[in-house]
Design a protein around this ligand. Sequence first.
Ligand code: SAM
Length: 275
Amino acid sequence: MEKGILYIVATPIGNLEDITLRALRILKEVDLIAAEDTRNTLKLLNHFEISKTMISYHRHNEEFRSEHLVKELEEGKNIAIVSDAGTPGINDPGEEIIKKCIENDIRIVPIPGACAMINALVASGISTKEFLYYGFLPLNKKLRKEKLEEIKNTNKTVILYEAPHKLKTTLKDLEKIIENRKVVLARELTKIHEEFIRGNIKNLLEKADDLKGEMVLVIEGNEDIKEENKLNELTLEEHYKFYEIQGLEKKEIIKKIAKDREVNRNEIYKHFLNK
Ligand code: SAM
């Protein structure tokens, strides 16, 4: 018997017009919809006049439900997985069933659509070239500290999700590490009160008490780190010159190059031996 297909269906993050034609067709055609919250998805299905059997698939039953869903897929049923909003698997259930399907050689088809972090990023005006998506910062003190340290030291754009009641605490934690880096808060994306607050962490902290709704923070990468990384893209000769024109001695230059490139000093020394 031919196995079924697992469709990962993105749904709107506010504005129902953001459902795609393909998503609607798939939701109509599948045998079963696995939903994070069936009551929530029922509203969406009712709006689009789709009547379909649903099964709950959420954080607390992900593992056990995945096994059941894989069985159904192996029996030839096509299943769509949806979360409460946006793209399943992005801070929403999905990962577990997707892994299990891969293990069991079941075809997976993503049906693209809304995702809060991507829309916050592209509208932020902050570099989209390279970015780190963290989802929600951990609440555990040690893990949170580690993540904050990473954010402090990255030259890539950082994207965070946050709940309104925790916003102020998070902004205060960020204040200690991001100084004057640009920050954009994207709020209520695709909804009536959609808003982008662009500025720095101080500007945001002043407004934090009044900010409600769903929100994404986009933070500019650390420019200082960018400069250091650029050095490693130079040839060794260019790298050498960079320090030479600053008036450094050969020994000191070699030491610095080795440190920048995280290699043994002798390797650099050998390279410049006869130069
Ligand atoms: N799977 C979703 C996605 O694709 O973006 C994310 C789900 S996560 C549980 C919920 C968080 O996403 C919210 O707390 C908020 O940070 C962000 N989010 C979801 N919808 C949003 C919206 N319309 N505007 C801003 N942020 C949103």
